[in-house]
Structure formats: C-alpha cells, structure tokens
Design a protein around this ligand. Structure first.
Ligand code: NDP
Length: 288
C-alpha cells in the first residue's frame, strides 16, 4: 500500500484564498480591514524568517500587517507597554508576540497581557480554558491546521482512535482537545509513556509533535492509519519530520510530508484567526 500524500501547501493556499475572499468582503461591505500586529524581540534568525513570511502573507490576503521589531535588551515593562497599546488599538484585531522571548522576560506574563479576543496564537490562559471546556476560543494555529486537514481528508472523525505524541501547550495538548471535540477517543502520549509503539499501533489517527527526527517508524503504524507529522527537525540530510516518511508511507492510508505538510497550514491559520477575531469584534459572521 502507498499512502495518500496530504498536500499541506495546496491546502494552505486554498485556505489563504478563502481568507482573502472574506477580507475583501469585510472591506467592501463594512469598510473594515482586519489588522495583525507581530512583535519580535531580539534577532533570532529563525524567528526573523517566520515574522517576515507572516507579514508577507498577511498583506497578500489584503489585511493590515504591522511589525514591531524591538532590540534584544528591551525591558519587560517596555514590551508590556507595547502590548497594552496594541490591545487598545482599534485597527489591530490580532496580536502575536513571537516566541521564544529573550532571557529575563517572563513569557507567561507577556502572553497573559494580550487581550484574549486579540490572542490569535490562542496561548492566553482564557483561550486555553475555553478550548478545554468546548466553548468558542481562539485556537492555536498549528493544531488548528492539523484538525482542518484531518476533517478534509477523513470527513467525520467521530469514534476514531487518535494518538497524539507530545504534550506541549502549543501543539500536543490543544491537539488532543480538538480531537476530543471531534469525538475521537484520544490518547496523549509523551516521554514517560510505556510501550509507545504499542500505543501508537492502535491508532486510526497519529499526530507526532515531538521534535525527534524520524522517531515514528512503519512498524508503529496500523495499516491504513492517517499520520500527521508536526515535527520540524534540521538534520544533515535537510529538514525532516518526526515520522520516517518513506517507511510509514508504505503502511499508512495518508500522511503529511515535511516540509509541505503542517508547516504551511500554521501561517494560513494565523490569518484565519485574525479574520475570525476581527469578525467577532464587529459582530459579523466568521470565516470558518
Ligand atoms: P516540545 O519540546 O515543547 O514538546 C515535545 C513533546 O514531546 C514533550 O511533551 C515530550 O514529552 C515529548 N517527547 C520527547 N521525547 C519523547 C519520546 N522519546 N517519546 C515520546 N514523547 C517524547 O515541542 P513542541 O510541541 O513545541 O514541538 C514539537 C515539534 O513540532 C518540534 O519538532 C517543533 O519544531 C515542531 N513544531 C512545528 C510547527 C509547525 O508549524 N509545523 C509549530 C510548532 C512546533 P515530555 O512532556 O514528557 O517531556
């Protein structure tokens, strides 16, 4: 068997188009342009690349993109003051503070200062809580992208066995909540899980979010399972995921590649979340 390749790049392009269409209608019918502010502190090269492409795609979707680049020695008070200004700015509907922040700045404090309604990363404790109780939340972009691809590929996920490997606050935990919301039977595995291979082998859906190159191998996979690879690992052989793509693709029913799978969906979902935040702020129908 050879797995279907879930083309995240094409799927993300489709979502960005849909978002751009919604933005065009907001501008034409209501005179409202959704605005996203991205704050980057310091000069981490990987963060710089992300921030640039976020800005480019935000503009390409017809939205307002504002970048705040602050020096690495910015004080926590200055950063909190900027977040407070953005909270109060009516032209800004989404605020994203690029992580990681330099040492000496309390990340949790900064995230807690962003207005939950403008928290397009979905990391504010209010949004985490809303997602946990199944209420309307801002959902973190990476797991949101994964669930959209799963829904598109599998349709109804009800009753399926899902195993998420990795329990981080930004990927693993919200992913498990979203799968539960789709009525999957969810197992959240991590570094202390016993017999991880045996646990994964029961799954109809496997989401790998670990950060270990090619850890998930073909013998862990139930034939026909759908495998979502969130991992991004830079190795001598280039960018690879947490899943041994060639081996697993011979057993799975469907699989996301790395690169070109989950990655492109993350920024597309950031744009979608910003439009959602804008619509909620103005009492208008949401894009998704
Ligand atoms: P974290 O390092 O925060 O979390 C990793 C998780 O994996 C932890 O819960 C850890 O368990 C678990 N883990 C580590 N080793 C093992 C093991 N041997 N067996 C089972 N579980 C293990 O990572 P993130 O969630 O932030 O990111 C995960 C991966 O996803 C990374 O490669 C990252 O680059 C990528 N990523 C990709 C994004 C995208 O847009 N495509 C966005 C965000 C992340 P424990 O809790 O017990 O320590």
């Amino acid at each position: 068997m050879t797995a279907d390749i879930i083309d995240g790049k094409a799927f993300a392009a489709g979502l960005r188009n849909k978002v751009a269409g919604h933005v065009a209608r907001l501008v034409a019918d209501h005179g409202i342009t959704p605005g996203l502010a991205v704050v980057l502190v310091g000069d981490d090269p990987a963060s710089d690349v992300y921030v640039r492409s976020k800005g480019r795609m935000t503009k390409a979707a017809g939205m307002l993109s504002v970048e705040h680049r602050l020096p690495a020695d910015t004080t926590q008070d200055d950063l909190l003051a900027l977040v407070a200004r953005l909270n109060a700015d009516r032209a800004i509907h989404g605020i994203l503070v690029q992580l990681p922040l330099p040492k000496g700045i309390d990340e949790a404090r900064v995230l807690a200062t962003i207005l939950p309604a403008k928290d397009v990363d979905g990391f504010h404790i209010s949004n985490v809580g809303l997602l946990a109780v199944g209420q309307r939340a801002m959902v973190p972009c990476t797991p949101l992208g994964c669930i959209l691809m799963l829904r598109e590929h599998l349709g109804d996920l009800s009753g399926l066995d899902a195993v998420v490997i990795g329990r981080s606050n930004i990927v693993g935990k919200p992913m498990a909540q979203l799968l539960l919301g789709e009525n999957c039977t969810v197992t959240l595995a991590h570094s202390r899980t016993r017999d991880l291979a045996g646990v994964v082998r029961r799954a109809d859906i496997v989401v790998a979010a670990v950060g270990r190159p090619c850890m998930v191998t073909a013998d862990w996979i139930k034939p026909g399972a759908t495998v979502i690879d969130v991992g991004i690992n830079r190795t001598d052989a280039g960018l690879v995921g947490d899943v041994d793509f060639a081996g697993v693709a011979a057993v799975a029913g469907a699989i996301t590649p790395v690169p070109g799978g989950v990655g492109p969906m993350t920024i597309a979902c950031l744009l979608a979340n910003t439009v959602t935040a804008c619509c909620r702020a103005n009492g208008l129908p949401e894009p998704m």
